[in-house]
Design a protein. Structure first.
Length: 488
């Protein structure tokens, strides 16, 4: 009699047709994004609302600049997190420590009043979130082997978790803010991160062993120098703060300059490193135009938290079927609803098409064109007066944003892992997030030019620039694909 048990191979456990460990990363990222976007959903209002309304009474222009600088710092911090993962502790340990930092930041915002709580909370959340994003994406990439056509679909499913958190966060925190105040809303964000950490703790040992390894260990002798440099940077920042060089009004420009210098330095490092061979170097060159198109995309998308947050409070008719007026922060949950509905559709399409799907550069270029078109939809409703823009208009625009985002963000993360030199896996992901950092800072800088009186020029010029950039990249695709050396 044949032993069927011995002859039949065990079926691999899967999560939606993907490696089972995707569920662990899906969960921690979902709750981290719940806390992150829940806090961000009320952050701008907390800063510029009057003290009598529970806010800090900060000038509106300064507040949008701080939001842009803070968002940029989140993605800028992925550099430090990636370097720490690649040289000191490995991606998994940095991911776990970063999640703890996020939770501590939300606790600070909830419990410490005034500007001190704002500063401490934003610093802890910014650096923690950067660490989670860079390392979760790196570990996710290790679940797929070279040439596995499920990779883009896997990142799309991962992105579904991001947007479930992004949808629930602003709804619950801003709803609670209306009832109980800003600090209770920030407290809910802390609770969300605590839930995410708990589920991750019980499943982290099931992740691939490579996530616990240090890809490029820093020699012991160099660790003291690295520590000295880190302490020196902190001392310089403290001196600049105490002497008034770094101010809230200048912060966005300072972060902008740091991001530009960091991006140039990183590309230079990757292109000159002796650990990068000729094929890997050509792939890094191919990544440059994709990095730029990503930055343009995020410069528009991140205005959901600056210009569009103000627009939702002052220009949008927030009446829901005449039954109640929704809080302005809820507008930030509209776009994630569409991502939740459509991410699976995108993932299924990419999986079904397999090698016949559009190349990653084409997807990202189309995504940037789409979001530019979304900004043009605002133009017919310019001048409708205070709270005069129909809610359904914003819903349509957020649908357009979603269509562009799903062509750009998960694809860009996936592409960065596919083009990454072997010695710089996590740091290549961090380089991609630098493009998000630049776009986030630009969203705060551009907000200075927005007023209800110049909406036609503002939305028109910004949208057209994005469309033109996307078309330029499409024209460059044959050259880019050649440099990618077989990577799609």
């Amino acid at each position: 009699m044949t032993d069927l048990t011995a002859s039949t191979p065990r079926r691999e456990k899967t999560f939606l047709g993907h490696p089972a460990q995707l569920s662990t990363l899906f969960g921690v990222e979902m709750f981290e994004r719940f806390s992150f976007y829940g806090m961000q959903g009320i952050l701008l209002y907390y800063m510029y609302f009057a003290v009598t309304e529970g806010g800090l009474g900060i000038n509106e222009g300064v507040a949008t600049g701080i939001v842009g600088a803070y968002s940029g710092t989140v993605y800028l911090s992925t550099i430090l997190a990636a370097w720490t993962a690649d040289r000191l502790f490995g991606p998994e340990r940095v991911l776990f420590g970063s999640a703890l930092s996020v939770m501590a930041g939300h606790i600070a915002l909830a419990l410490i009043p005034g500007g001190a709580g704002l500063a401490i909370g934003l610093v802890l959340v910014a650096f923690g979130s950067g660490g989670v994003k860079a390392n979760a994406s790196t570990i996710l990439a290790t679940l797929y082997g070279p040439g596995d056509d499920r990779r883009d679909a896997g990142f799309s499913i991962f992105y579904l978790g991001v947007n479930i958190g992004a949808f629930l966060g602003p709804i619950l925190t801003d709803g609670l803010r209306v009832v109980a105040g800003f600090h209770i809303g920030f407290g809910l964000a802390a609770v969300g991160m605590a839930i995410g950490l708990t589920q991750y703790w019980f499943n982290r040992r099931k992740l691939p062993e490579s996530g616990f390894q240090v890809p490029n260990p820093l020699p012991r002798a160099a660790r003291a120098r690295a520590l000295a440099v880190g302490v020196g940077v902190l001392v310089v920042i403290a001196v600049l703060l105490l002497t008034g060089v770094i101010t809230a009004n200048r912060l966005k420009w300072i972060v902008f300059g740091v991001v530009i210098v960091a991006a140039i330095s990183y590309f230079t490092l990757l292109l000159r490193s002796p650990r990068v061979d000729r094929v890997e170097r050509r792939r890094v060159v191919a990544f440059i135009p994709m990095w730029l198109v990503s930055a343009v995309f995020w410069a528009i998308f991140q205005q959901i938290f600056t210009v569009l947050a103000i627009y939702s409070e002052k220009r949008l008719d927030r009446s829901v079927f005449g039954l109640f007026e929704m809080p302005p922060g809820w507008s930030q949950s509209i776009e994630p609803i569409f991502v939740i509905l459509l991410a699976g559709v995108y993932a299924t399409v990419w999986t079904k098409l397999g090698p016949r799907q559009p190349s990653s550069p084409l997807k990202m270029a189309i995504g940037t064109i789409i979001i530019g078109l979304g900004f043009l939809v605002f133009i017919p409703f310019a001048g409708t007066g205070a709270n005069g823009t129909p809610l359904l208009v914003l819903v349509l625009i957020m649908l357009i944003f979603c269509l562009g985002e799903l062509m750009t963000s998960p694809v860009g993360q996936s592409l960065s892992t596919k083009l990454a030199p072997q010695a710089f896996q996590t740091q290549m992901v961090a380089l991609f997030f630098l493009s998000v950092s630049l776009g986030s800072v630009l969203s705060g800088l551009l907000a200075d030019y927005y007023t209800p009186e110049n909406e036609v020029a503002y939305f028109g010029i910004t949208g057209i620039v994005a469309i033109v950039v996307g078309l330029i990249v499409i024209a460059m695709i044959p050259k880019i694909k050649g440099l990618m050396e077989g990577v799609r």
